[in-house]
Ligand binder design. Structure first.
Ligand SMILES: Nc1ncnc2c1ncn2[C@@H]1O[C@H](COP(=O)(O)OP(=O)(O)OP(=O)(O)O)[C@@H](O)[C@H]1O
Ligand SMILES: [Mg+2]
Length: 473
């Protein structure tokens, strides 16, 4: 079918290149939101960049005014008209419909003459006034849509927002795309223009409201979250898959090796599955694991979760493939005891000392063999046992040495519990941040920071009966 670029770069990025060719897209917005500007940008871009002729139908404005307004964006409409790449037609809605439906009528002639590909109608709201009732209005729109299709025009139908003449949902129903422009009050102080794509047939769209500005070059849209798939993979960087398919896709293959990723989660969120899934996957991928489990996530829990994935925690420990940092003096499953680094009761200095003494040699032996390490670190435990000061003082140093050894680390933390200052510090220190939270009956997950600058949209976390037990929707 092909895609028709709109000339609004951010909008094209959100719609995977532009509108589907031949589609009818409604742009709805209150007065002054930039509908006319968007429509003209679409036609101007088509004419100048793609050599596609367009027709602009206006029921309200005098062309002279329009020419002047658009010249402010550097769009010389008269020149395009002279080159047969544009027609601006001012007429009444009644005449338009009459001419449009009449075979060989004025519009059909014009479309054929120009070999017109794009059309903007400003605005379809006015048809309502000529219609006897809603039923007739619907018929009119339906007829219009069919005519636009017949001529294979990619068209943008402008619609006023918030008039009492709304035919609720019908336009959205018959159109291929629906875009809403809004001027929103934000934080009481300033207003922000937002664009939302509510529908775009045959396209993967990015949900949410995206901010745009009207600049000297027309509409400039900034997608609220960068497109993830398109920019995947930092070249040459080794990825450490988590085993959660959608998360790995979001991350361009997985966590980047030798980086620290923070997982921010509130205690209600069901994260145990996630952790055990990631750890089990890292084991199966050949990693050595160091785990610091929280007071909620007991060694027995982990054993059970591993068993659900067909793995024996004791066996893995006997292979020296997993070690534990233990703060609560808990009993570990059979086979694990020798690999537990007990730090319960140790103060900050002793803690660092014990880790160096016990873990240092393990790492060094493995370095020669080229072992790869995955560290799971529950920072809430460290904070509650050693205090925020310990973290603020040592975390950057600890993570720096972990990174320098090429180890990959996932840090669990609850931002809402540790306060803004410490959260901000951690967010800066870590290479990536994944947030999960519970809202109502759903758990959500979003990548809010990643080494290659990619940010995802929020996903719903769904628990499933089979490994890997969680799925992102
Ligand atoms: N060069 C410019 N820079 C910044 N803003 C501009 C510029 N030119 C126009 N605007 C703003 O663009 C808005 C008008 O855009 P436009 O006429 O496309 O809106 P509209 O949705 O068609 O409005 P209406 O419903 O009244 O027809 C105004 O708010 C105006 O202030
Ligand atoms: Mg307008």
């Amino acid at each position: 079918m092909g895609t028709v670029p709109t000339g609004v770069r951010g909008l094209d990025a959100l719609t995977d290149g532009g509108f589907p060719r031949g589609s009818t897209v409604i742009v709805e917005g209150a007065p002054g939101t930039g509908k006319t500007t968007l429509g003209m940008q679409f036609l101007h871009h088509g004419a100048v960049s793609d050599g596609e002729a367009g027709i602009y139908i206006t029921f309200e404005e005098f062309p002279d005014q329009l020419y002047r307004d658009m010249l402010a964006f550097g769009w010389d409409l008269r020149k395009l008209e002279a080159g047969n790449l544009l027609r601006v037609v001012a007429m009444s809605p009644d005449v338009f419909l009459e001419q449009m439906t009449e075979p060989g009528g004025l519009l059909e002639k014009m479309i054929r003459e120009l070999d017109c590909k794009r059309m903007v109608i400003d605005s379809i709201s006015l048809f309502r006034y000529g219609a006897a009732d809603q039923e007739e209005h619907r018929r009119t729109l339906y007829r219009l849509r069919n005519i636009l299709r017949k001529f294979e025009l990619t068209s943008l139908l402008i619609k006023e927002r918030g008039t009492s003449t709304d035919v609720s949902g019908f336009e959205a129903y018959i159109s291929d795309g629906f875009i809403a422009l809004q001027l929103k009050q934000q934080m009481e102080k300033y207003r922000v223009r937002t664009l939302e794509i509510l529908k775009m047939r045959g396209k993967r769209i990015q949900e949410g409201e995206h901010v745009y500005r009207i600049t000297d070059a027309g509409i400039h849209l900034i997608p609220s979250r960068s497109m993830v798939e398109d920019r995947s993979l930092l070249k040459g960087q080794t990825k450490v898959p988590t085993g959660i398919a959608e998360l790995d896709r979001l991350l361009g293959g997985g966590l980047a090796k030798g980086t620290v990723t923070l997982l921010d989660t509130n205690s209600k969120a069901n994260y145990k599955y996630m952790i055990s899934t990631v750890l089990a996957n890292r084991y199966e991928a050949g990693d050595h694991i160091l785990a610091l489990l929280s007071s909620f996530n007991t060694p027995q829990d982990l054993k059970r979760m591993f068993a659900m994935q067909g793995l024996s925690l004791g066996q893995i420990a006997r292979e020296d493939r997993i070690y534990f940092i233990e703060h609560y003096n808990r009993r570990y499953p059979e086979g694990c005891e020798a690999n537990v680094i007990d730090v319960s009761g140790a103060d900050s200095r002793e803690y660092r000392h014990i880790l160096r003494e016990r873990f240092g040699p393990v790492v060094e032996q493995g370095l020669e063999r080229g072992d790869s390490w995955f560290i799971y670190y529950d920072l809430n435990t460290v904070i509650s046992e050693r205090g925020k000061d310990h973290v603020m003082k040592f975390f950057a140093e600890e993570t720096a040495s972990i990174k320098s050894l090429g180890m990959t680390m996932m840090v669990m933390c609850n931002f809402s519990e540790i306060g803004p200052e410490c959260s901000a510090y951690l967010e800066r220190t870590c290479n990536g941040v994944i947030r999960t939270w519970v809202d109502g009956n759903y758990q959500y997950l979003q990548v809010t920071k990643s080494p290659n600058g990619v940010i995802s949209e929020p996903y719903i976390v769904e628990t499933t009966d089979e490994s890997p037990f969680i799925r992102l929707m």
